[in-house]
Design a protein around this ligand. Structure first.
Ligand SMILES: C[S@@+](CC[C@H](N)C(=O)[O-])C[C@H]1O[C@@H](n2cnc3c(N)ncnc32)[C@H](O)[C@@H]1O
Length: 382
């Protein structure tokens, strides 16, 4: 459904869902309604849109569906993995092989029940869950094409998050099997809805994948600049939410049985891990960490200034642990990178929205700054 007014889109309290958005609940996703409204208001079909901190790919999906070309990058390989799967349509044959795989997992895990595991190679992974995922991953390895294997691993990632992350007990293997079949069906439905919506906007199924380019590097990397300039790509809109200064978000771990962290998502997705939390947040919560954050922010936007179109708009949603102290520093970092604040299509910068359902804040903290997002709109100074 198209949301007609900015107010509706910006203050939307809808869950992040629809299309392929909930293939994986990437932490700190922003609202698809907001992304859709901004894309409709500030770009035309065929324009390039960049999300330099793409996370779970909200901007990329909405851009691909609405006939824009999307460019995304993220230092987290998990982000690139899920965004890739969320924007990869499947054929009827793909779908039927994936359905058979989900059924085979049930039979194979039944047979494996008696297996005694001496040592689990994945830190803090419960034994029964490990046995289920290990079996399912091995079976997924036999699927015929990479896109089928990636979809299967993404379904397991979704199940793993549901079964393990911030739960006090782990479901039985039979429940994991039931949930896998259910989630696979829900994901296939989301993918089919996304493909139909793209088609309505003139993007044929076989063009969806080609309409986005995904990088796995830092937004400050010269590699990104070189790659886009080689292709003569100049995005008209940057639509993003960077990591938040001084706010601790766990992008790269699940918390199992209390607060024990597991790197299981990287094992399930089969992507590179090995970095600490502060790598994904551009600095920790210490004074040094926050200083690093603003240095990196400035370097990033300075890099982006050379990539985007001279008349581009930069639209960001940012949360602050302490807005009084950090918002001025944020604006200063943008200014040092060569950007000035502006409005766009009568939408003013610095509007504030309350963020619903953020699991890492308790109710008391929700009333503080970190439970809010500030909209910032900039343009490059030419
Ligand atoms: C708030 S999340 C983005 C969420 C996204 N808007 C969504 O809807 O899913 C911020 C992302 O920035 C990524 N990140 C952190 N430092 C980065 C850097 N230097 N370059 C690119 N991405 C970075 C993190 O890994 C994280 O995925």
């Amino acid at each position: 459904m198209r949301l007609r007014t900015f107010e509706n889109a910006f203050h939307s309290t809808d869950k992040v869902q629809g299309y392929t958005h909930d293939f994986y609940k990437y932490p700190a996703r922003f609202s698809p309604n907001f992304a859709r409204f901004m894309l409709d208001s500030l770009t035309e079909p065929g324009d390039y849109v960049l999300d330099p901190f793409m996370g779970g790919g909200t901007t990329i999906i909405e851009a691909a569906v609405s006939g824009r070309h999307a460019i995304g990058t993220d230092v987290n390989e998990l982000a690139r993995f899920v965004t890739r799967v969320k924007t990869t349509p499947l054929s009827e044959d793909d779908i039927s092989e994936i359905r058979s795989w989900a059924q085979d997992v049930r039979f194979a895990t039944k047979e494996n029940k008696a297996t005694q595991l001496v040592q689990i190679p994945i830190r803090n992974m419960p034994v029964a869950a490990y046995s289920f995922f290990d079996t399912a991953i091995k079976l997924a390895g036999h699927l015929r094409f990479p896109r089928r294997r990636l979809f299967a691993r993404c379904a397991l990632l979704r199940i793993g998050q549901w079964a393990l992350d911030v739960r006090s007990s782990t479901p039985q293997i039979a429940q994991l099997c039931d949930e896998l079949e259910k989630k696979v069906e829900a994901m296939l439905k989301g993918l089919s809805d996304m493909v139909s919506a793209a088609r309505t906007n003139g993007v044929y199924k076989n063009k969806v994948t080609a309409s986005r380019q995904l990088f796995g590097c830092s937004a400050s990397a010269s590699l990104l600049r070189r790659a886009l300039s080689r292709r003569n790509v100049r995005p008209k809109l940057v639509l993003t939410s960077p990591p938040y200064p001084g706010v601790h978000v766990l992008y790269h771990r699940w918390q199992v049985l209390g607060r024990r962290e597991t790197p299981a998502p990287y094992w399930i997705a089969d992507v590179r891990d090995g970095r600490g939390a502060s790598y994904y947040t551009m600095g920790g919560r210490s004074t040094l960490g926050v200083n690093n954050y603003f240095t990196e922010l400035s370097a990033t936007f300075n890099n982006l200034k050379h990539i985007i179109s001279p008349d581009a708009r930069v639209v960001q949603l940012v949360s602050f642990s302490d807005a009084n102290r950090h918002l001025p520093r944020y604006l200063e970092a943008m200014s040092m990178a060569g950007f000035e604040e502006t409005s766009a299509e009568n939408i003013d910068s610095r509007q504030v929205r309350l963020v619903p359902n953020r699991k890492w804040y308790n109710q008391r903290r929700l009333e503080n700054d970190a439970g809010r997002e500030v909209l910032l709109i900039h343009r490059p100074i030419n």
